[in-house]
Design a binder for this molecule. Sequence first.
Ligand code: ZN
Length: 168
Amino acid sequence: MSELKIAANIVASVHYTGTLPDSGDVFDSSEGRDPLKFLVGHRQMIPGFEEEMMGAAVGERREFTLSPDRAYGEPLEELIAEFPKSEFAQLEESGVTIEVGMQLVAQTMQGPAPFLVKAVSEESITADFNHALAGKSLTFSVEVVELREATEEELAHGHAHGPGGVEH
Ligand code: ZN
């Protein structure tokens, strides 16, 4: 039996289910998949998640609710932007009608950026690039499946390798 506990520079594998405390709706879960694997203390996870799991051993279960400031933060006004509809011409030509509530992905210099269509007018589309869970409290039920020391390569990369982790 390992004596390891969740702490900085430990690779943790956990099964988790995330629910919205108001509705009980599940927004994410590792059920039926590999456990989620992450390198503790390297900003792979939202801050509150790691804080609440610190010191947990293999087999331990914890349940906690994070306020938005400890999860995905509050939605930011500056992440909502209006674009001329002409920029979406290619999409509309391919037969897609852009509607409010649709999830689309913009290709940016920094890579793909998902956004929610907030409003559509004759000339423009309002895009919300905030995280879909920004401004929400989140409840997590977590079970620690495996703990091990990080390899030097993982520490250099800042993430966990292997199934459930990062592939490179
Ligand atoms: Zn890597």
